[in-house]
Design a protein around this ligand. Structure first.
Ligand code: HEC
Length: 277
């Protein structure tokens, strides 16, 4: 897939190291360096966003390569939708009649979440929100290729079971879905970038992501998360491999519980108590 780097990795590192840089530059006309294949199609529909880049697709999340201009074509399937990232100054209305077009170049690595302002569902705070990751061009390429779903098609659908485990094993005493508590928020953990207190960084996806979830449950001191001085208690001997698999499946599904692979999860999440903030 021709998503390969067009920006030198060094430039991306320099840009992301400089905090004063505006995280995004937005243009209504194509920048001279834009390549037409760098176009992401976003489609709004009640109650989620789908996206397409080359032959890959993602729901409710996209990754953009730092330093590469990308055209966003934002369309709607049903009614007017609004894509609003207050922190990025990005506010785009897409109508069913005419897709909106904008060129964006991410200047720093990071993660942002759009705020829902239209067609929101209070009981599903993730509805109509879009998570935007800005990554190095290599990592963005990798994200689109392998992110989240890739070859993952579990035989059974253990995510609802994972939700039940998190409820019954008291995980939610310390964790919430969307806000930090004693431990980090869990909804967008899969696909995010985790940083250890010693500065190690790890993108939570694929095999390394699964290993990190395993460690956090069985060997919490292996990757002590930055900002959380007290490690999580170990669950050695309290959860077996099958239960861990269900917990991993839950983490993979949390960003987008409506995927087919996550069958039954929205209903499981509806059986509280899930602390949302
Ligand atoms: C007593 C509070 C507490 C409980 C109960 C708890 N956690 Fe944690 N959790 C934490 C803290 C604190 C951290 C961050 C420090 C660390 O990495 O150990 C954390 C981190 C994590 C991480 C991120 C790991 C990382 O290193 O990036 C995951 C995933 C996680 N917990 C899942 C769970 C699951 C699943 C359960 C239940 C089986 C659970 N937690 C129960 C406090 C808790």
């Amino acid at each position: 897939m021709p998503l390969a780097s067009r920006t030198s990795p060094l430039l991306a590192v320099v840009l992301s190291a400089c905090n004063s840089v505006d995280p995004i530059s937005i243009a209504r006309e194509a920048p001279a360096t834009w390549a037409p294949e760098d176009t992401i199609y976003l489609n709004g529909q009640r109650y989620f966003w789908t996206s397409r880049w080359y032959d890959t697709r993602a729901t409710n999340r996209i990754a953009l390569p730092v330093g590469t201009p990308v055209k966003l074509v934002i369309a709607s399937d049903d009614r007017e939708h609004r894509l609003y990232f207050p922190q990025l100054g990005l506010d785009i209305v897409a109508s069913p009649e005419r897709p909106a077009e904008v060129w964006v170049t991410m200047q720093t690595a990071g993660e942002w979440r759009s705020r829902c302002v239209q067609e929101c569902l209070p009981e599903h705070p993730e509805a109509m929100t879009l998570n935007l990751l800005a990554l190095s061009p290599e990592a963005a390429d990798d994200w689109w290729k392998y992110e989240l779903w890739g070859e993952w098609e579990p035989e059974s659908r253990p995510a609802p079971h994972g939700a039940e485990l998190l409820r019954t094993r008291n995980c939610m005493n310390c964790h919430a879905l969307d806000a930090p508590g004693a431990g980090p928020p869990l909804r967008n953990f899969w696909g995010s970038i985790a940083m250890a207190s010693d500065g190690r960084m790890l993108r939570v996806h694929g095999e390394p992501g699964i290993a990190l979830i395993r460690d956090s449950v069985f060997a919490p001191t292996a990757f002590p998360l930055f900002g959380y001085p007290t490690p999580m208690p170990s669950y050695v001997g309290q959860l077996d491999d099958e239960q861990l698999e269900a917990i991993v499946a839950l983490f993979r599904c949390l960003p987008d519980p409506y995927r087919q692979t996550c069958e039954g999860l929205p209903e499981a999440l509806a059986q509280g108590p899930w602390r949302l903030d």
